[in-house]
Ligand binder design. Sequence first.
Ligand code: GLU
Length: 306
Amino acid sequence: MADLRPVGRFAPTPSGRMHLGNVFAALIAWLSVRSRDGEMVLRMEDLDTQRTSGEYARILRDDLAWLGLDYDRETPPQSRRTAAYDGYFEKLSQMGLLYPCYCTRSQLHSVNAPHLSDGTYVYPGTCRDLTDAQRRAFDRAPAWRVMVPDKVWTVEDRVQGTYTCNLATDCGDMVVRRADGVYVYQLAVTVDDGEAGVTEVVRGMDLLSSAPRQMYLQELFSFPHPEYAHVPMLLSPHGRRLSKRDKDLDLGVLRQRILPETLIGTLAFASGLIDQNVPISAKELAKEFSWDKLKGDSIYLDASAL
Ligand code: GLU
């Protein structure tokens, strides 16, 4: 694996301006690939067409250029990939792993408390064994679930270390297509990363619990597992998570105030990549990037200086 030319990706959701956490994850993804002469792919994750827009996608590309984070190719946005996802859905169907689920959101939430850190509810298998007659009695379109095996998945994460999850007990059978026909993130991301030949997935820590679900689908679709690196969330000096809600820290505001080198220097210093908080370009930083320098636990960022 290590001898292959790495292929990394940016997979932003064009639903708003990038905030500091997005910038940080994108920076590390880019550094990992560019420091080893690898290839970078951009993909817009716009499955949620209500919340995303072509205008935000355009701004995102412009923000990446401003940061100096270039890429070699852009693959089609997820909103235009339905035909490809249909093909993989069909594969799952032929494997006999899919079944329709008629549960409503409130039914699902009443039986169980969220289990995985991302708020996933463990699905108890309510609709798994419905008869055809019972299915026909529901007068509405179903979501589709893939059955998951009772097996422990191990993610050897470059930053977080070993993470394990048994999908059967931690998540239950997974929805792959919603009742409105829209494919879910887990399926789309697996297909897109697999078809693009992505060898490493670098993203925020909040998606660590998604990795085993994606590894399961990778196996079903015969894609190799990429390497995973889930970078820590950024915290304020008081320990509060910096998020999208911190409007004064999104790039729309920051770009008016500071240079990209100042922002990158601040992030690089806070995360242990450089010893002093000095301005530095992404390109310069790539020359000295090493995963060993990156802090694995919480990263405190004093954003008041930005
Ligand atoms: N589209 C997701 C986001 O913007 C990232 C998904 C991923 O990296 O797998 O948070």
